[in-house]
Write a protein that binds this ligand. Structure first.
Ligand SMILES: CC(=O)N[C@H]1[C@@H](OP(=O)(O)OP(=O)(O)OC[C@H]2O[C@@H](n3ccc(=O)[nH]c3=O)[C@H](O)[C@@H]2O)O[C@H](CO)[C@@H](O)[C@@H]1O
Ligand SMILES: C=C(OP(=O)(O)O)C(=O)O
Length: 429
């Protein structure tokens, strides 16, 4: 398994290109199953999760043509995927594939909507929590699907098609909102989704489906109205920039000091996370090139944050913020409300010298003067990058093990950071 070696202490200066968003690219690729025409997706990031989903879609008989860089593209340009789901040869998504990439469970929606049936493995457990799919299944039942669970698989049937309905989620769920929007887009009649997730990736999916001939309104608010159409056509859509990658690198600069342009980043996608970063002492200026992040001189100020669905502080930036606060001038508090086990980075940050106390869903972080490099282990996607942030500021050498977690959601991380002066290298092994 690859490792990443970092020698901390260098400030970050220069420019980091922000890739297309993993959490937008995945539902957009799945939406390709909604039409028998070509869906062309631009600015798709080169990530392990994207490759895994390509394999899963291939299992359904979907052709995906990958166009790499075109003449004039810079080294970091995203890839273009042409998704051709003209023929769906298999409506089963097997355990060995779904268990590797949870979001692939969402194929249940287009398979059911287009083929009238789907047999999809339950995704199984995950490091950060139980992550059930009951809200997804309740939404599909509301749309008229017969749902049965047998042998770890969800057997869904709608031989007469899906019917528009009212869906009221008891709790905000990004994935269940994606599932409901995709299924309702081809249902007969009108669907109203209440307590819908408002994440920018939901908006990106709905905009894409509308470009395919869908009729979705209110996306980005808690109430989404969908008028089903008999079929959807092909379209061309550009994946929006990754707000979590943006926030991650902004926190890295805030941690090490320096001055970096996050090119292609969009401030409107970060909302409360930008406020928190500024409160912590980062200077952030917005331009049409992206976000410029600086931290010179004055240290890191402590913050108190509670994660929440968009537009609240994103749970996917919680681990990164914790790394930043380990060197704040005072005591910070971070409360995680979305997932029940998303503090696994705490023990690893402590190996770097951090002083963190856990009490249920709240972490109290006493800022320390300095961190010291050490061998540490990645436990999940965002925890892994919080260790990178800690190591970038720690004295001496750190070795981060199990970086396959990192490769799920951060494209060319070591290249992007070393281009800004970090002493970082990947050691194959
Ligand atoms: C590929 C992708 O986009 N992943 C994101 C998506 O994950 P995902 O869509 O899996 O997360 P959800 O928004 O669904 O989860 C929110 C909470 O609802 C619970 N829940 C969810 C569904 C369900 O049927 N029943 C249920 O109880 C979950 O256990 C969790 O406690 O949103 C999360 C919350 O913003 C992000 O951290 C993930 O990066
Ligand atoms: C939890 C995440 O992703 P996933 O839902 O794919 O596990 C994430 O992107 O932080």
């Amino acid at each position: 398994m690859d490792r990443i070696r970092i020698v901390g202490g260098n400030p970050l200066n220069g420019s980091i290109p922000i890739s297309g968003a993993k959490n937008a690219a995945l539902p957009l690729m799945i939406a390709g199953l909604l039409t028998d025409e070509k869906l062309v997706l631009e600015n798709v990031p080169r990530l392990a999760d994207v490759s895994q989903l390509q394999r899963i879609l291939g299992n359904h008989g979907i052709d995906i043509t990958v166009n790499g860089k075109r003449r004039g593209d810079d080294a970091y340009a995203g890839q273009t995927l042409e998704i051709d789901a003209r023929v769906i040869v298999d409506t089963t998504a097997p355990y060995d594939l779904v268990s590797k990439m949870r979001a692939s469970f969402w194929v249940i929606a287009p398979l059911l909507a287009r083929m009238g049936e789907a047999k999809v493995s339950l995704p199984g457990g995950c490091a950060i929590g139980t992550r059930p799919v009951d809200f997804h299944l309740d939404a599909l039942r509301a749309l008229g699907a017969e749902i049965e669970i047998d042998g770890g698989y969800v057997l869904a049937r709608a031989p007469k098609g899906l019917k528009g309905a009212r869906i009221d989620f008891p709790k905000v769920s990004v994935g269940a909102t994606h599932t409901a929007i995709m299924a309702a887009s081809l249902a007969d009649g009108e669907t109203i989704i209440e307590n819908a997730a408002r994440e920018p990736e939901i908006v990106d999916l709905a905009d894409c489906i509308n470009a395919m001939g869908g009729r979705i309104e209110g996306h980005g608010t808690s109430t989404v109205r969908i008028t089903g159409v008999p079929r959807l056509k092909g379209a061309r859509h550009c994946v929006l920039p990754d707000r979590i990658e943006t926030g991650t690198y902004a926190m890295a600069v805030a941690m090490t000091g320096g001055d970096v342009l996050l090119s292609g980043a969009r401030a409107d996608l970060l909302d409360s996370a930008l406020d928190t970063l500024r409160e912590a002492g980062a200077e952030i200026t917005v331009s049409n090139q992206g976000l410029r992040v600086k931290r010179n001189g004055a240290g890191i100020a402590p913050v108190e944050v509670t994660t929440a669905p968009f537009p609240g502080f994103p749970t996917d930036l919680q681990a990164q913020l914790m790394a930043l606060t380990t060197r704040a001038r005072g005591t910070s508090k971070i409360t995680e409300t979305i997932f029940e086990n998303r503090f696994m980075h705490v023990q690893e940050l402590a190996r770097l010298g951090a002083n963190i106390h856990l009490d249920g869903e709240t972490a109290t972080i006493e800022g320390v003067e300095k961190l010291k490099g050490a061998p540490v282990m990645a436990t999940d996607l965002r925890a892994s990058v919080s260790l990178v942030i800690g190591a970038l500021a720690a004295e001496g050498e750190s070795m981060i093990h199990r970086v396959y977690h990192l490769d799920r959601g951060f494209e060319r991380l070591e290249e992007k950071l070393s281009a800004c002066g970090a002493e970082i290298e990947r050691i194959a092994g």
